[in-house]
Design a protein around this ligand. Structure first.
Ligand SMILES: C[S@@+](CC[C@H](N)C(=O)[O-])C[C@H]1O[C@@H](n2cnc3c(N)ncnc32)[C@H](O)[C@@H]1O
Length: 377
């Protein structure tokens, strides 16, 4: 088959990590836009990217992109796609949409026109009037941006952050994809201690452990394109078996703690489900009791921001305490993500670097305090 145009979507700020992850699965050529990484590949690339991308939100097939100032142009553009190459006669066609700065701004109307064009194309191809849509689901998105229509087909189904291990969660859990991004930005390797002393449901340490053990993030979940007849079940099986073989047994030391008993229990269960229960030492204790005699550790955490969970005065006190407790961690690298603009003041130290990241719709900064790296072996 010829190569397909593919898109990995991601949170703003994580694109360069996704580019790197794509390289690791053999995709050399990528083009980055805001929150989107364009690349090319075949069905095998679709399977591997769904199984292995830790920081991307979804993997889409880009079907067409064209100017559309009115419904007729949108209809004709959508009709020109060879839908029969992607959707079988019994496929369930679910059209979603979004529109930004476009003459065609009514999303429900755009969705209805695209659906009409798909059905019309299928009628012509299959010479039948009615489709029962009893088969696998095909989620098609019409995206209108500045009068340019882009049609995509979602290969992932549920967003890739849904790894399948987090049934139990705390009050403000981090998306798994963002937690994996924080681990990547920390440059942690399993030869160093890793810690999250405000771990909530455990997302950051679990993502670190999965990366350390090289567990493919999509290994225990399913994907909508797994149901599609076009991508053979044996291709999925081969790549799943390969991923299973690539899991290592490297020892590592990951410390996770939280003051809240309820979220702490959730974290332990989540880690077991993610197959990393044996790599993480969980403790129920306040951050103030965190200490380590080890050198070159890596601490990554996502404390309360003072928006949803605690008042401004309480977070100021918490951040000041973090400043005191973490200053004793000789040679450690510390990474703290918060939306609180006064963080550095309360923490008592300016960061060496900071990076803007979005936690959902919340603009945050990852404050980075870079310690020493372990001597090369
Ligand atoms: C934003 S949540 C962390 C969410 C977590 N990253 C996750 O994905 O579930 C902040 C966590 O800090 C914990 N916390 C707040 N104050 C603490 C303290 N003094 N010591 C330890 N944990 C604390 C809360 O119990 C909460 O679970």
């Amino acid at each position: 088959m010829s190569y397909l145009n593919l898109i990995a979507t991601s949170a703003f700020g994580l694109e360069s990590i996704v580019v790197h992850e794509l390289k690791k699965i053999g995709v050399e050529k990528t083009e980055v836009e805001n929150g989107r990484i364009n690349f090319q590949g075949d069905y095998s690339t679709i399977v591997k990217s769904n199984l292995w991308l830790r920081c991307a939100d979804r993997v889409l097939i880009k079907l067409a992109t064209f100017k559309a100032y009115d419904f007729e142009q949108l209809f004709q553009g959508a009709l020109a796609v060879e839908w029969e190459n992607f959707i079988p006669v019994n496929g369930k066609m679910h059209v979603i949409g979004k529109a930004v700065n476009s003459k065609l701004h009514s999303v429900p109307d755009c969705q209805a026109i695209v659906k009409k064009a798909i059905v019309e194309s299928m009628k012509r191809k299959h010479n039948q009037e009615w489709f029962d849509e009893s088969g696998p689901t095909y989620r098609i998105e019409i995206s209108m941006l500045k009068d340019v229509a882009t049609l995509t087909l979602d290969t992932s189904g549920d967003g890739l952050h849904k790894r399948g291990y987090r049934e139990a969660q705390g009050e403000a859990p981090l998306k798994e994809t963002l937690a994996a991004g924080l681990v990547d930005l920390s440059r942690w390797k399993p030869d160093r201690v890793f810690a999250d002393p405000m771990c909530g449901s455990g997302t950051i340490p679990i993502e670190a452990a999965m990366k350390g053990k090289n567990i493919a993030p999509g290994l225990i979940r399913s994907f909508s394109s797994e149901e599609w007849p076009e991508i053979s079940a044996s291709l999925w099986k081969t790549h799943r078996e390969e991923a299973e073989d690539l899991i290592n047994k490297n020892p590592m030391e990951i410390l996770a703690s939280d003051i809240d008993k309820r979220v702490f229990d959730a974290a332990v269960n989540n880690a077991k489900k993610a197959r990393v229960g044996d790599c993480i030492v969980f403790q129920k204790k306040p951050m103030s009791e965190f200490s380590s005699s080890k050198k070159y550790g890596c601490l990554v955490c996502n404390p309360p921001y003072g928006e949803r969970m605690q008042s401004e005065r309480e977070v100021h006190e918490l951040y000041s305490e973090m400043g005191r407790v973490f200053s004793k961690l000789d040679s450690w690298s510390i990474f703290i993500m918060t939306s609180n603009e006064n963080f550095e003041k309360s923490f008592g130290r300016r960061s060496d670097k900071n990076r803007k990241l979005y936690n959902g719709k919340i603009k945050t900064h990852l404050y980075q305090y870079l310690g020493e790296l372990p001597p090369r072996k």
